[in-house]
Every structure is written in C-alpha cells, then in structure tokens.
Design a protein around this ligand. Structure first.
Ligand code: ADP
Ligand code: ZN
Ligand code: ZN
Length: 699
C-alpha cells in the first residue's frame, strides 16, 4: 500500500537499528512536530518494541511497504549534524560484505553516550578540553629538517592528493626512519582549507600518548579529536561530535575511528597497517584497514598504509602495482644507528657449557650487565604475562588446567603477596591448591616463565638496577601505562620486562639492548600467519634499540632453539622483503591469501557434537544444492568441519569450517547462501551460537 502523505506533512524514513535483523524500519517523520526536514544520516529516537531506541535515518521516502496506520513516529532528533554520507555508504557496504545488519554496523559504532537520548541535552555543549601538558622529550616536528628520502615522499604524496583521485600508497620504512614525521609533514600540506579533515589510525591506545603529543605539536593551531576505547564516555562522545561537526581537523584513533563521521575527509593514514588490532574480533568483524581503503576510494582521496613490516596482503598489492610503494631505507636521525642483531642458539650455549637460568642465558645476562655499565636501558621481551604458564605435580603429572577451557591456568603473584591461578581465556580465578588435587603430593612446581618471574629473577641478579614490568596486569588501572612508559622515557628505569605492549611505536632514546626470550612457540602454530606475526613483532621490538645518539652500537639478542627458522634468518639481515618474498612464495604454492579469499564459519555449543552437527548439516545442504535450489559458485571450496585448535573456551566447545575462493565476488555469493542455510539450520539447533567471519586473520 502506498499513499501520498504530503498533505499530512508526513514523510516516511527508513531507520537502521542495532538489531541482528537485516532490514530497515519505517517510521513517520512529522516535520511540523520535529521542526526539521528528514535527512539521510540523522540520528533519531524511535519506538522499537517496548522501548525507545536510537537509530540512524538511512532513506527518506514517501512510501512504505507497510500499513501506514501502523507506522509509528520518529520521537526526536539528536542535536548534532547528520552522519557523513561516505560513512553511511561505507556502512551499507560493510553490512553486505561482513553479513551484518546495517544497524549493527553503524549504530553500534556510535559512542555509548550518543546512543542514550537522555544524555543528548548535555552532549550538545561539549566540555572544554583540558590542555595537555607538553612532554619534555617531545620532538619539535616543525624544527626537524626532513632528509632527502623523506622530502621526496612528502612531495609525491602531496602531488597525489592534489589530484583528488583515489590511490592506496604503502610507506614501507625501517623502524626509526621517520615514517611518522613524514606523514605528518604530508598531512600538513593536505590540510589547506580550515574545514579540511584528516584521519590518522594507530593500533593501540598505549601508542597514542606520544604520538598524540607529536600531532599536537605538528598542528598547534588545529583541533584534534582522539578516539579510543580508553576514554571516558563523555570525552569520547565529545571527540566524536567534534569530528562529525567538522570542528576537529585531525581525527586520531584506534580502529573504531574508521567508523567516525568525518564530513570533509581529505586523507587517511593507517599506521602500523599490519597490526592485528585493526581487525575487530567480535560483533561486526570488520578490518579497519580494509574499510579505510574503501572509504578513501569513495571520497577519491589518498590512503597511506604505513609499516616497517607490511602485511603480506598489502605488500603483495604493492608489488603487483595495485598500491604505490614508497620506501624509507635509513634511520631519520643522523646519530641513530641500526642495532646489531644476534640470534642466540640455546643448544649451542649449552654445548659451550653456558647455563640458562629462568629462561635467560648467561650470554644475555652478560649483555645486560654490559648495557647497565654503559648507563643504557635494556628491554626484555617475553610474550607471556604472569609468573608461570602452568603449575604441575611432578609426582603424578597433574597440570593446572582450566575447567572451562582447553588451556592451562597461569600462576600469578598478587601485588599484595600470595598468588593464584588465572585462566587468560575465560578469566576464571582459583586459589593455589595446597596439594595436588589428584595425588595429594604437596610439592607443586611452577613450570616455565612469564613476565613476573623474569622480573623477580632479574631483580635478584641485578640487585642495584631499577626494574619495571609492563604488561596487561601492571597497567590495568587508568593512566598507569602512560605513567610506566613515562618512567622509561625519563630514564628512571634500567631494565624493562614486558609483553608486546613494549614493542609498539615507542621512540625510546636510550635503549642499548633488547633481549627476546621464548619466541619459539609461535614457530609451531597451526595458524599460517603466525610466522609473519612473529617476524613483525621481532622487527618492532628490535627497532626500539639504537634510536638516538645516546644508544649507538645497540644490540638485539634473540634466544632460540631454531636459529635457522625463516623469521630469525631474515631478521638477522634486516631483510623484510626477503622474508616477504619467501612467505609469499609459500602461500602461492598452496593458494593461501593473498592468492585466495577466505571466510570462516564458527559454531559453538556446550557440546562439540552439536556445534559440529550444525556445520555439517549446513555443508550437506550446500552440497546438495540442486535439491535445495541454491547455486553455489563452482570455484568456491569448503573444508571439512573441524574442531578449533583451541576447542573449549569458557565452557563452550567450538568448531569451524573454512570457505575459500579465488575471487571476492564468488565468495560473496557463497556466503550469502551460507548465511541463509545457517539461519535455517539454527532454528533446528537453537542453542548453537554461530557467525561468519570474512577475511579472518587468525585461523
Ligand atoms: P618511525 O615512525 O619510522 O619509527 P619516527 O617518525 O618516529 O620513525 O622517527 C624516529 C625518530 O627519528 C624520531 O625521534 C624523529 O624525530 C627522528 N627523525 C626522523 N627523521 C628525522 C630527520 N630528518 N632528522 C632528524 N631526526 C629525525
Ligand atoms: Zn599429583
Ligand atoms: Zn578458562
């Protein structure tokens, strides 16, 4: 039914709501009541079921497929501009591509405070931002003379952005080569009109304080909006609005910032583009890097991917000429130098009669000593928090396994003394048993080491050194990460023990030694991307050494039992491209991404049988497609249904099936079929949770 309601001054709007139903919902827009005409992108309150909810107007129309008498009215409009057109279009694309409703994509990405309409009145007037105090060591970007390589890149990018055409650039530069400095100089040239806006994305919050400072200094007269999950609701809501109204010219944030409304977007930078944190791992499992490229294309602007160790996907696209490649091959600061990388063969160490104590070899201990004597700092990287990864009974072989997950519970020392067992997957916490639950033996032994044990051991060996541990546990309270990193930068610390948190972007000035312990575990992962990740991580952490004149002749020592493994071999020669060429060849032979496109279908249930059963039934329907009237593309293959490498998490048993295709288009067709089949199968097995994940980064 359709009636022209112009006479009634009523129009119909189709609203996206954050529910897993793939459709828009129709409402009346009563302009005389609302005082405004309807517009795509408007944030509104509408009645939905028994509640009033916040949604986004996607279409304005004069017709509805529903009975007009039953349509309800839009209740109110948020006191801010409509969301930018490119964002809504990107949301529409992402909804199809990631197979989620547009409401799940767009509404759920709006800051919580803006999703509560009772807060709107207070949000209308943003709070005044307190002035950031300047960091003493902060780089004065304006004063730094770019070197020739850097200048050339700024010129190339500036020329490209003035053409107002879409292009993806990959800036590959060794750590410390001035990638940040280079792109900030380019962005300064992009921001011509006072209304121009740029987006800079970075992987994690702990990276942003120093960068935020650099950005503020590079653009003293511009307004900066910072977006990440560590902000208070109010601060985030204000930053989001500053981007949406165009008040902020620079938007700096983590992956969530790709979902910000930026009406006058002129350039995008994705720093550390290879970083896993760009992939959302729950809800709408989007890749912020991939969406950044989509959004740049939509806006006909330049997107710059930046990394010392590009993802194989981006690197391959650059080699193929789809992306344009820019390279920085030298450290920016003249005094800085590349560290010497030593792959320390632990088997060789033992043969030479050297000892390994608490996971640290004598040679590494000697190197720490030498570094302390030079008055320089040491970073010890171990990607395991806690004291010991497992507690065991020597008498009967009992291990501290989690009752809800297929994982060990980790022994943690508590800040106020004592210790407990904690599962890093489900969060379960238990007391340490007095004696073995199986045999009663009272001698339970911690096996292996985590950051806490290394910290304790180093404190015993180097009793005069100031030692600091940086991991998720020591930085749990707000502001503590900043404080700890501040202490490192200010030189109050001699030895830092930390997880991957310490490897990221920090521009440490006095690190003379980086020690890596226990990296081998990643070599044997089932995940084909594990070695790529290990390589990137090691390159990152190695890059923390020798960043200034204070830390010349710095050293990186990597302990391993497998010195000839590819990540170590190429790291030693600082050969990023060599590593990528070899990895790329391997992928090509077996047809893995970037030579194919993948999607994972996950299912989980209390019992593995149900999870597997649902996936198997779905697969059977697809295979019997003629009978069911589907036409699954011939090029698309489906693996067997298998239990996941980690079967149990938090009491749920998990299974998966992998779908592969030579093209994105065929994969899309297949996934749309799969979605329908799974919805249908799920009605038969109600308790099974499932989702489709496009372009998975962890398998
Ligand atoms: P990246 O992002 O590649 O790791 P940064 O942009 O953080 O590198 O720069 C690393 C360090 O080198 C910074 O302290 C920066 O100030 C310095 N630097 C970069 N380029 C130059 C230059 N042309 N002259 C002097 N110092 C530089
Ligand atoms: Zn026992
Ligand atoms: Zn658990």
């Amino acid at each position: 039914m359709s009636i022209d309601h112009k006479n009634n001054q009523k129009t119909i709007v189709q609203v996206a709501i954050d529910v897993p139903i793939n459709k828009l919902f129709d409402y009346f827009w009563d302009a005389s009541e609302l005082g405004q005409f309807p517009e795509r992108g408007r944030l509104v309150v509408v009645p939905f079921g028994k509640k009033d909810v916040v949604g986004i107007v996607i279409n304005v129309s004069e017709q509805s497929a529903y009975e007009l008498d039953k349509l309800k009215k839009v209740i109110s409009i948020a006191p801010t501009n409509s969301l930018s057109e490119d964002l809504i279009s990107m949301g529409e694309f992402a909804s199809t591509y990631y197979q989620r409703s547009i409401g799940e994509v767009l509404v759920s990405s709006i800051p919580v405070a803006w999703r509560k309409s009772d807060k709107w009145a207070t949000l209308e007037k943003p709070k005044r931002q307190s002035k950031q105090k300047a960091h003493e060591d902060a780089v004065e970007l304006r004063a730094i003379q770019l070197n020739n390589e850097q200048k050339e890149i700024v010129e190339t990018l500036s020329a490209a952005s003035s053409e107002k055409k879409f292009q993806t650039y990959l800036l590959q530069g060794i750590t410390g080569s001035g990638k940040t400095l280079t792109y900030l100089n380019w962005l300064a040239r992009v921001l011509v009109d006072p209304t121009d806006q740029v987006l800079i994305m970075v992987p994690e919050i702990n990276l942003t304080p120093q960068l935020e400072q650099s950005v503020r200094e590079a653009f003293p007269e511009k307004t900066l909006a910072v977006l990440h999950s560590g902000l208070t609701e109010r601060t985030r809501a204000d930053a989001w609005m500053a981007a949406n109204t165009g008040k902020a010219q620079i938007i700096l944030g983590t992956r969530m910032s790709i979902m910000a409304s930026i009406p006058n977007l002129k350039a995008i930078v994705v720093d550390e583009e290879h970083d896993l944190s760009y992939k959302q791992q729950e809800g709408v499992r989007y890749s912020a890097r991939d969406l950044a490229i989509w959004r740049a294309k939509k806006n006909e602007i330049i997107v710059l991917l930046v990394s010392a160790t590009p993802s194989l996907e981006s690197w391959h696209a650059a080699v193929e000429g789809k992306y344009k490649r820019l390279t920085l091959s030298e450290r920016g600061s003249k005094e800085a130098s590349q560290p010497i990388i030593e792959i320390l063969d632990l088997k060789e160490e033992r043969r030479a009669g050297k000892k390994i104590n608490n996971g640290i070899s004598d040679s590494l201990t000697d190197a720490i000593n030498a570094t302390l004597n030079k008055g320089l700092q040491t970073l010890i990287f171990i990607n395991r928090r806690g004291y010991s990864p497992v507690l065991s009974c020597e008498a009967c072989g009992w291990l501290s396994d989690c009752t809800k997950c297929s994982a060990h519970m980790v022994l943690h020392k508590l800040p106020r003394g004592g210790s407990n067992l904690c599962c890093h997957h489900c969060g379960l916490i238990k007391y340490i048993p007095r004696s073995c639950p199986d045999c009663g033996n009272s001698d339970l032994l911690p096996i292996g080491q985590g950051t806490q044990k290394i910290e304790q051991y180093l404190a015993e060996v180097f009793s005069n050194a100031k030692i600091l541990r940086i991991d998720a546990d020591s930085t749990r309270t707000k502001g503590s990460a900043e404080e700890l990193f501040g202490a490192v930068h200010d030189g109050q610390v001699d030895i830092v023990v930390g997880t991957q948190m310490i490897t990221k972007g920090h521009d440490y000035q006095s690190v003379g030694l980086v020690g890596v312990i226990d990296a081998d575990a990643s070599l044997f992962s089932q995940d084909y991307r594990a070695s790529e990740r290990l390589f990137a991580q090691l390159m990152q952490v190695a890059g923390r050494a020798g960043r200034s004149g204070r830390s010349v002749q710095s050293k990186v020592i990597i302990q391993t039992r497998y010195p000839t493994a590819a990540p170590y071999k190429y790291l030693k020669n600082n050969d990023v491209d060599g590593f990528l060429v070899e990895t790329c060849e391997e992928r090509k032979v077996v047809g893995l991404p970037p030579f194919s496109y993948q999607a994972l279908i996950h299912a989980e249930h209390r019992t593995l049988g149900e999870a597997i059963g649902m996936l198997k039934d779905a697969a059977a329907v697809v295979k019997n497609q003629d009978k069911h009237g589907y036409s699954w593309p011939e090029t698309v293959s489906m693996s067997d249904v298998v239990p996941k490498a980690m079967v149990r998490i938090a009491g749920k048993e998990r299974a998966q099936v992998l779908i592969e295709s030579p093209t994105r288009q065929d994969l899309q067709v297949a996934l749309e079929i799969m979605q329908l089949v799974l919805i249908d199968q799920n009605t038969k097995r109600k308790g099974v949770g499932w989702y489709i994940e496009r372009d998975p980064v962890q398998i």
